[in-house]
Write a protein that binds this ligand. Structure first.
Ligand code: ATP
Ligand code: MG
Length: 256
């Protein structure tokens, strides 16, 4: 049975998609059967996994509106080694359409039940908001993986997210927990980043992943080739850190 994790942070541009696709590629490399669900109308995880979002016949939008099953929508991306449920701009409309429908926050969860036996890990890439789309992600997941930059405002945003997770845990999804906080785009030369990193450790202890993702230009270049950095330049520092993270996540899952 797959463990399902949401990559979530309501802040934009913090490295959610980079984490989702590179962790997925890392997991695939170490033999984990992996599915990425793109839950963001920007479709960045879709493109970054080598699938053209403009050419999708079916997308996660059809899953949420129950026009299609995950099995019908997913595609295997041979270049990256994992399966993808793609998204594109059409998904922006789902937000409005879902409001009037029943079980609107549980649609993804129900759809995933059909395929959980086929994967070891399912990663959901969330949009930068605490919207109905993100709520579908949180209701589906066992855990939330929070990428964050070690900056002052990051800590402030984190308390909103932790509150949302607590509410979802109490009211909608009792199995939900924070599987880990991930320090990303880290530059050890910047004193403030070291300080915030220390504060994170003090506040959240073992919830913080030991693995740190460095700021690495190869990770930023890879999406323009439609690839995760782990595939684009496997020997880069960024790629190696995501392989470490894949191992650390698998160990965390096994320890539960
Ligand atoms: P959004 O909120 O828009 O969905 P996001 O949280 O998914 O954004 P990404 O798209 O992953 O964030 O990253 C934002 C930008 O930072 C991208 O241009 C990405 O290539 C770059 N980036 C992410 N991680 C790193 C890193 N470790 N080193 C260098 N650049 C990075
Ligand atoms: Mg993104």
């Amino acid at each position: 049975m797959a463990r399902i994790f949401c990559v979530t942070n309501q802040k934009g541009g913090v490295g959610k998609t980079t984490t989702a696709v590179n962790l997925a590629a890392g997991l695939a490399k170490i033999g984990q059967r992996t599915l990425v669900v793109d839950l963001d109308p920007q479709g960045n995880a879709t493109m970054g996994s080598g699938i053209d979002k403009r050419a999708l016949q079916l997308s996660v939008y059809d899953v949420l509106l129950e026009n299609a099953s995950i099995a019908e929508v997913r595609q295997h991306s041979a270049k990256v080694g994992y399966d993808v449920v793609g998204a594109n701009r059409e998904l922006a409309g789902a937000e409005v359409e879902l409001v009037a429908l029943d079980r609107r926050d549980k649609r993804l969860k129900q759809a995933l039940e059909q395929v959980v036996g086929e994967y070891d890990v399912i990663l959901i890439d969330c949009p930068p908001s605490l919207s109905l789309l993100t709520l579908n992600g949180l209701c589906s997941a066992h855990g939330v993986l929070v990428p964050m930059q070690c900056e002052y405002f990051a800590l402030e945003g984190l308390s909103d997210l932790v509150n949302t997770i607590k509410q979802v845990h109490a009211n909608l999804n009792p199995q939900l927990e924070v599987i880990g906080l991930l320090r990303v785009m880290f530059d050890p030369r910047i004193t403030l980043q070291q300080q915030v990193s220390e504060q994170l450790k003090q506040h959240f202890g073992a919830k913080v992943f030991d693995t740190i993702i460095p700021r690495n230009v190869r990770l930023a270049e890879a999406p323009s080739y439609g690839l995760p950095g782990v595939v684009f330049d496997p020997s880069s520092k960024g790629a190696l850190s995501f392989i470490d993270l894949a191992h650390e996540l698998v160990a965390r899952i096994a320890a539960r």
